[in-house]
Design a protein around this ligand. Sequence first.
Ligand code: NDP
Length: 307
Amino acid sequence: MENVIIIGSGPAGLTAAIYAARANLNPLMIEGEEVGGQLMTTTDVENFPGFPEGVMGPDLMTITRKQAERFGTRFISNNVTKVDFSSRPFKVWVKDKEYQSKSIIISTGASAKYLGLENERRLLGRGVSACATCDGAFFRDVEVCIVGGGDTAMEEALFLTRFASKVHVFHRRESFRASKVMADRVMNHEKIQIHWNTELKDVLGDKAVTGVKVFNNKTNETIEMNLEGVFIAIGHKPNTDIFTDFIETNDVGYINTKPDCTYTNVEGVFACGDAQDHVYRQAVTAAGTGCMAAIDAERWLDDQAHA
Ligand code: NDP
């Protein structure tokens, strides 16, 4: 019987593991097959406190994992295949093996959606990014593009104007899904050029992005454009499908947590990081809520022991 099983190994889960391990809870982390989460697909991280020279995303996750290990976290490097949170102890399966735990911390994160182009994946971190907040500052005085027509695309397009000489917005339809105020700001910005009815068909470049191929679905014209950054902002998907029989989520799958804490609707199950946060989605905020989840779990377990 475990005290706490932590599911997911990005900044939220690993921070929860550090805190839970230092609280003598001897946590078991099921870290998944994509160990380390979204930071494993980024390059330089310049906005994580404590690294004045910046740090590579995978390096940050490797050292954070070591820190969790140092205090006794045990790791299983597979995906959770099934859970049962209908009664306590909670049950978690990895393939056929069943684990039981008094409490659970969910930190399975979210995945940025991509278009699914081969060169988009190949050039990820080499000019292709799904996070302008993370990577925008690398694109000073060059042309970049962003794909999408929602609030994220608007917000990121505006953010990118601080660095880039020009921002092209490619949207597949003729009107934005984003709120009017955000869309108006984008449409009136002198550095932003909007390309309606435009689909990104290919990303060009050998070692780094040098351009894109775009298709106008109204004129059926395909053109190539030279630019150096490709930002994909077509939404995120929280990795919460295996929990939704038991845990309440919002309509797009983010886990609902009670205000100012990491409690879910199931007592003893806590959620942190991008699996529950659709607003900030930063490594440092994920780490912060991971810390909260471990403290919440520790106090809840203590209360159970004294009940
Ligand atoms: P959305 O789902 O709102 O928008 C996704 C956009 O990407 C849509 O314009 C959609 O096009 C486009 N898209 C989706 N799939 C593809 C594809 N395969 N090819 C091309 N384009 C595609 O996601 P967001 O991340 O923008 O926002 C998520 C939620 O977060 C929303 O509720 C949003 O309001 C909120 N949010 C709020 C912010 C704020 O208030 N400051 C900031 C950021 C997000 P189409 O329109 O044609 O479907």
